[in-house]
Design a binder for this molecule. Structure first.
Ligand SMILES: NC(=O)c1ccc[n+]([C@@H]2O[C@H](COP(=O)([O-])OP(=O)(O)OC[C@H]3O[C@@H](n4cnc5c(N)ncnc54)[C@H](OP(=O)(O)O)[C@@H]3O)[C@@H](O)[C@H]2O)c1
Length: 279
């Protein structure tokens, strides 16, 4: 598994991590086994959120005895993101996750509470040792600018945003903005939240051809494309151990410039949208 610096956090984080949205909807023991296998295989970045139902509790169980191996991320809902609401939400997440500290805490998306309050709460949580770093999610460039203006240069470590082969809008402005300021870009829903290109589509055939040359799978090729720049990380969700194993296999795959170009042509990034796409 390849690790790289996570923005300005000074932490080495695997390029392929593990998402957990909907992980509480199926077989709990299997989901825990998938997360644990993922950790064994190097996918130690685990992304969760207070929004994800019982997912935090499942993660808490999966990391018992292994907390030190994991880069643990959770998120506060915008409606809770006042100063006191953020502190209280973090405390609840820590309890569900059975830990005393998060590696990174994110604002899930912008809501009605002033960003100043949320960031002040993040800084207080950091001061108290409850979180080691903080970031945002679903922020477009004007929101990022505002966050940086409030926090100064050393606050924001990541922006978690929608990024998969058929949705490359962040490449226009968000990735360049983040790269210039040493902010990690964590791409979510790398398989399109269950809409991965089929084998019989033109794009699917391109992935298949490249995969065959590497003794890999189309999903591994896709994941690798999504972390092809040094600022990028991805967090596929897998509630099945066999899926976790396949995803982890992308961690050491390397694609040639010609292969990256083939994928770029098969899944064009399109023109810059008016608004940042989100799930
Ligand atoms: N910040 C935000 O607003 C935001 C929004 C959306 C998502 N996220 C984060 O990003 C994570 C990933 O996104 P997502 O869960 O929406 O979608 P996703 O990772 O694109 O897709 C998940 C789906 O892909 C399947 N899958 C995973 N690996 C597979 C494999 N190797 N072969 C076949 N199927 C495979 C999963 O099946 P199984 O589960 O059955 O294995 C699941 O049905 C989330 O879980 C969450 O942590 C953040």
């Amino acid at each position: 598994m390849e690790f790289r610096l996570f923005g300005s956090s000074n932490r080495q984080v695997p390029v392929i991590g593990q998402g957990t949205w909907y992980i509480d909807r199926g077989d709990r023991a299997r989901a825990i086994a998938a997360l644990r296998l993922g950790i064994d295989l190097g996918m130690t970045h685990i992304d969760t959120a207070e929004m994800y139902g019982a997912a935090e509790e499942i993660v808490g169980e999966a990391i018992v005895g292994r907390r030190d191996e994991v880069f643990l991320v959770s998120k506060v809902l915008p409606q809770n993101a006042s100063f006191s609401g953020t502190i209280a939400a973090c405390e609840r997440s820590l309890t569900r996750l059975r830990t005393e500290c998060l590696d990174c805490y994110l604002l899930h998306w912008r809501g009605r509470h002033p960003l100043e309050e949320t960031i002040e709460a993040f800084q207080a949580l950091k001061g108290d040792g409850k979180i080691l770093s903080w970031g945002v999610s679903n922020f477009d460039v004007p929101d990022l600018e505002e966050a940086r203006e409030i926090a100064g240069e050393d606050g924001l470590v990541c922006n978690q945003v929608l990024y998969h082969l058929q949705e490359r809008a962040i490449e226009h402005a968000i990735i360049p903005w983040c790269e210039e300021r040493d902010v990690a870009v964590v791409g979510y829903a790398p398989f399109g939240h269950g809409r991965f290109p089929g084998q019989n589509t033109p794009g699917g055939r391109v992935l298949q051809t490249i995969a065959a040359a590497h003794n890999a799978t189309p999903r591994q090729v896709a994941l690798r494309f999504l972390v092809r720049r040094p600022s990028l990380f991805t967090i596929p969700k897998a509630a099945r151990p066999e899926h976790a194993a396949e995803n982890a296999g992308a961690g050491d795959l390397r694609l040639s410039p010609a292969e990256l170009e083939m994928i770029d042509e098969a899944f064009p990034r399109g023109s810059r949208p008016q608004e940042l796409p989100v799930i």
